[in-house]
Write a protein that binds this ligand. Structure first.
Ligand code: ZN
Length: 82
């Protein structure tokens, strides 16, 4: 393996423990809950979930869990009650 590739791998290891360097802009995910599978979509700082609870509350345990998993990589919007 050439030395420049070795340096790239070392750099990658450093980066891999610094999730704050990465901002996810959009993604979709399938979330396997205890009872059912839910579709999560994230775009422009807003996450949405296909579950029934989200429809009424604009947040849910699935969205919260994703934000916890991706801490620092998604800009979680504070929940505001209007
Ligand atoms: Zn949900």
């Amino acid at each position: 393996m050439d030395s420049s590739l070795v340096r790239k791998i070392e750099k990658a290891k450093d980066y891999s423990v610094q999730p704050g360097r990465v901002t996810l802009k959009q993604f979709t995910a399938s979330f396997q809950g205890d009872n059912d599978s839910h579709e999560i979509s994230y775009e422009g700082g807003e996450a949405k979930c296909s579950c029934h609870y989200f429809a009424g509350h604009k947040t849910c345990s699935h969205v919260m869990a994703i934000e916890m998993m991706l801490e620092g990589m998604v800009s979680a919007q504070p929940v505001t009650s209007t």
